[in-house]
Structures are given as structure tokens and as C-alpha cells.
Design a protein around this ligand. Structure first.
Ligand SMILES: [Zn+2]
Length: 372
């Protein structure tokens, strides 16, 4: 989810990103509240007041979604998982958690706490709406109470990847002892719900509610697609059982110095080696990875005067794997950090590079040979 997202701040050690699609929704929502919802609720409202209420509501809805996602992330963290980032996008948010929940009960807790947070916010806003005297403030809190209850309720629909689907996965996992079985059931339910939304959306369009209908159908399309990708990933990872990083990595120990020029990197490492990334080593210490992506923005004539250390990624800490790391875990680390390559270290020494392309080739090979 990192592509097309802007990092806006960091909270409790978790990076918060906003997907560009969210900015569009922010505008649409503010507009529809300012010209439709609030003026019909409060007839005496001036345009300036309506737009202010609309914008405040959108910002507070954004904060509500953030609290919902933080609840997932913080509970996951107390259960020993890592919570790296939260991305707020078109339909709400996604918490990027690494490390699979070790037990069904943990999975259940992490999933349920998000909707519970939304319901709690909804209840608090409902009480505030009843308590405040100003009708505009009451309308604002009333709106927030409504959307938070809807947000919690929508997320409880029992189809993966929604929270309710995760709850379903945890329940089936608990009953059958198989996490994959749980996921299959939850993804199946999610696809059913997704198709249901698509049919509902089309019916709405036919009945003349084009905007709502398209909106519902898009959500359905997203739901039926998202779970399938997750299931593919789990099945791919299963094919990697028993395979470790050493089996797939390239035992290439060539590395570049931090002070070398980008020109050197291109002419002596990337092109002759047919590589997309090179580890950066100072003395015998790995200090980063420099990738094609890092240097693409540099004009060819500026390559001579640009040092590798100034463009390489991982300056605040490099993610590495060991030769005995299970390949499935390495893949997960790559997906979580959006890395294309990881350096492989043994006793602190660079012994090779593992690329996502190599892992994918291994999965395809195993599929073709019907291994596992
Ligand atoms: Zn959630």
C-alpha cells in the first residue's frame, strides 16, 4: 500500500500514510456534507458555516478511522507482532502488521478491537451530541456517531479482508486447527459478500441511484478481489515450506563503497552485473542497499558528482536476512517493507543478495513441478 501514498506523520512509532485516493474522498465528502447533509439538517446555516462543518466532519472522520486502525496496531504490538505503518485509503485504513498471529485467539482479538473502537467512538459522540447545547455541534457529533457505528458495522461483515472476515478466519482456525482453512472460508465468504455488493450496486443503478450504486459496486469489486490475493499469497508461502534463503539467494558478495559515485555504480556494478541493486559496505560493515529506484531520479550528467551514500536506501537501518531464514519469512519482510532485494548476512558478513524476483521464480518452479 506504500505506492501512491504520502507519509503524513508518525504516531507511537507507527508511520501513518494517506493514499492519494483518500484526498479525493476528503474533497467529495466535505462537499456532500456542506451542500447536502448539513443544510438539510440545519436550514438556517450559512454557506461558510456549512463548509466549515463539512471540513471538520471529514477531518474527525479521518481521525476516527485512524483510531480504529491504531487499535488494531497497538493490540497487535502488545501480542508480539510488529506494527510498521497505517495507510488510510479509499475505504478506510489498512494496518501493516508483520509476523503472523501465532494463535487464533490473538487473531480474533486484533480483528475485533477495531470495530469495538469505532463503536466506542460512536457511543461517545452520541452522548456528546445529546449533551451539547449548540445545534451545529450537536449535528456534528450526531454525524460522527452515525458514521462510526456504520464504520464498525461495515467492518464486521464476515468476509475477508474486512475485520469480520478476520474474526471468521480466527473462529474457523480455532475450530479446525488450520489457519489456511480459516482463511479459505473467510475469503470465500468475502467473495460472496463482494459479489452481493456488486449485484446490489447494479440494482441501485437500475433504480436510478447511479452514484450510490457505483459506489457500492466498487466496494464489492474490491472485496471480492482483495481476499483472493491474500489466499494466493498464503498458498505461495505454503509452497516455500522447508525452503530457506540459502537455497534461492545469489551468492554474490560484491558490494560498493558508500563514497563511490553513482556513475561508478552504474558502469561497474549495475550494467555489467545485470543487477538492480547492490549492497553498500563500509569496511566490512553493511550500511545500506542502493537500488535502481534510488538513482532513477538523478540526471545522467549528475551521476559523476553524486555519491552512493547520499541516495541509498536504508540509511536509518537495513533489513537483512540470514541464510537459514525461512524463505516465506524473508518474502514477508520484503512485502512489509516494500523491498525488492535484501542483503543476506552470516555472522555479520555479506554472503549474498536475495531478490523478490528470485523468490517468485522459485514459487513458479515449484508450482510447475507440483512440489508441495
Ligand atoms: Zn479494522
Amino acid at each position: 500500500m506504500r505506492a501512491g501514498s504520502l507519509r503524513i506523520f508518525r504516531i507511537a512509532g507507527i508511520d501513518v500514510y494517506v493514499h492519494v485516493s483518500w484526498l479525493v474522498i476528503f474533497g467529495l465528502l466535505t462537499w456532500s456534507l456542506a451542500v447536502g447533509y448539513y443544510p438539510s439538517l440545519l436550514p438556517g446555516l450559512t454557506a461558510a458555516q456549512a463548509w466549515t462543518l463539512g471540513a471538520i466532519s471529514s477531518i474527525l472522520l479521518f481521525a476516527s478511522v485512524l483510531v480504529h486502525e491504531l487499535a488494531h496496531s497497538l493490540v497487535a504490538r502488545t501480542r508480539g507482532m510488529q506494527a510498521a505503518s497505517i495507510t488510510l485509503f479509499l475505504f478506510g485504513g489498512i494496518s501493516t502488521l508483520t509476523g503472523d498471529a501465532p494463535r487464533a485467539s490473538t487473531e480474533f482479538l486484533i480483528a475485533i478491537v477495531g470495530p469495538l473502537a469505532s463503536f466506542a467512538i460512536g457511543a461517545a459522540c452520541f452522548l456528546l451530541a445529546a449533551a451539547v447545547g449548540d445545534p451545529r455541534a450537536a449535528a456534528l457529533f450526531g454525524y460522527l456517531a452515525l458514521v462510526n457505528v456504520l464504520l464498525g458495522g461495515f467492518n464486521l461483515i464476515p468476509g475477508f479482508p474486512l475485520d469480520g472476515g478476520r474474526v471468521l478466519r480466527a473462529v474457523v482456525w480455532q475450530l479446525t486447527g488450520s489457519m489456511r482453512r480459516g482463511l479459505e472460508v473467510a475469503v470465500g465468504a468475502g467473495q460472496l459478500v463482494g459479489y452481493g455488493f456488486m449485484v446490489w450496486g447494479v440494482l441501485q443503478v437500475l433504480q436510478g441511484s447511479a452514484f450510490n450504486g457505483i459506489w457500492i459496486a466498487v466496494i464489492g469489486w474490491f472485496l471480492q478481489g482483495a481476499g483472493a490475493a491474500q489466499l494466493r499469497q498464503v498458498r505461495s508461502e505454503e509452497r516455500l515450506t522447508g525452503v530457506s534463503v540459502r537455497d534461492v539467494m545469489r551468492p554474490d558478495t560484491s558490494a560498493i563503497e558508500p563514497n563511490a559515485s553513482v556513475e561508478d555504480l552504474v558502469e561497474r556494478y549495475l550494467v555489467p552485473g545485470n543487477r538492480r541493486a547492490v549492497p553498500v559496505v563500509a569496511g566490512d560493515r553493511l550500511v545500506g542497499m542502493v537500488t535502481l529506484g534510488d538513482i532513477q531520479a538523478i540526471a545522467p550528467q549528475a551521476r559523476v558528482s553524486t555519491r552512493v551514500v547520499d541516495v541509498m536506501g536504508g540509511r536509518s537501518g537495513v533489513t537483512t536476512v540470514g541464510p537459514e531464514t525461512p524463505l516465506a519469512s524473508a518474502l514477508e519482510a520484503m512485502l512489509a517493507g516494500d523491498f525488492e532485494q535484501l542483503p543476506v548476512l552470516e555472522d555479520g558478513r555479506l554472503i549474498g543478495v536475495l531478490s523478490r524476483a528470485d523468490i517468485i521464480r522459485q514459487i513458479q518452479l515449484r508450482e510447475a513441478l507440483h512440489l508441495k
